[in-house]
Design a protein around this ligand. Structure first.
Ligand code: SF4
Length: 291
């Protein structure tokens, strides 16, 4: 609940990873306004359904435009906004349940189109809002409300999915490092094409993975999240894919494809090289009227 939106009655649980992501997003938007000399109204946040989607209501500071759409359809909504007004910064905020299950089918087309939007994906490996059902990234054998004897299907590997679908900018981060998230969001806005910032954002109520991610010496738990080595070259696709397929969660900028040309840049090039006359909306509508 914010001062600007006092009627919205939703609260994240204490310790939820989404708090860190929200602070990082607020900071990134503030920085973007300053460095690009832009008004906050130049940014639209498109939220998915789930605990994480509530970021669009809870966010403090300068308020961008926001739309809390329908389940799994953040990418199509963002596509419509970007096609209608290419000058806007469009930022998606969604969880693993929304973006990788019902929304998963949109990732490939958005990557091939090279839609110029930033997706901030908060992965907690569970459906938190609906009280703890297994999601695509819930690990094998984990007991949840829908898998009382342990999850039978293998967990999705989102980084591998993004890479093999052709996403050009991929960061893999953890919610406890908001400064890194802020920087990645700003890099993603500047990237010409589809940028995904995939963040491990633990759900303290239904799937608390903090100890697994960071490790716990007392309980002999090795950290699952490991910083990318300095030697990693993010422009190297094969290296990024090899790292994504390891049994660990890399932390850092995994992939940054060189020479990316965004959907809107491709449209502009077509317009410049074509002799076709552009018709106004009224002219287009008139062709649909019955005579
Ligand atoms: Fe966060 Fe989980 Fe609580 Fe939802 S249920 S607010 S994801 S801790």
């Amino acid at each position: 609940m914010t001062k600007r939106n006092p009627d919205y009655d939703f609260k994240w649980c204490p310790g939820c990873g989404d708090f860190g992501v929200m602070r990082a997003l607020e900071k990134a938007l503030e920085e973007r306004c300053k460095t690009a000399n832009e008004l906050i109204e130049n940014t639209v946040v498109v939220a998915g359904i789930g605990c994480s989607g509530n970021i669009v209501h809870l966010q403090d500071g300068p308020q961008p435009y926001g739309i809390h759409g329908i389940h799994g359809r953040t990418l199509p909504i963002a596509y419509g906004i970007k096609a209608g007004n290419p000058k806007l910064n469009v930022i998606i905020t969604a969880g693993d349940g929304d973006f990788l299950s019902i929304g998963g089918e949109h990732i490939g087309p958005a990557a091939r189109r090279n839609l110029d939007v930033v997706c901030i994906i908060m992965d907690n490996g569970i459906y938190g809002l609906t009280k703890g059902q297994a999601s695509p990234t819930t690990q094998l054998n984990v007991i949840t409300a829908t898998t009382p004897l342990g999850k039978l299907d293998e967990a999705e590997n989102p980084l591998e999915l993004y890479l093999t679908n052709g996403v050009g900018f991929i960061a893999s981060l953890i919610s406890t490092k908001p400064k890194d998230i802020t920087k990645a969001i700003l890099d993603g806005i500047n990237y010409p094409g589809l940028a995904i910032i995939h963040i491990q954002s633990p759900c303290t109520t239904y799937n608390d993975t903090y100890a697994l991610l960071k490790g716990d010496v007392k309980n002999d738990i090795e950290p699952l999240a490991i910083d990318l080595p300095e030697s990693h070259d993010p422009t190297n696709y094969s290296s990024a894919l090899e790292i994504a397929r390891r049994n660990k969660i890399p932390v850092g900028i995994l992939y940054n494809k060189e020479g990316s040309i965004s959907m809107n840049q491709k449209i502009d090039r077509q317009k410049q090289s074509s002799n076709a006359q552009q018709r106004s909306v009224d002219e287009l509508l008139s062709t649909l009227r019955l005579k």
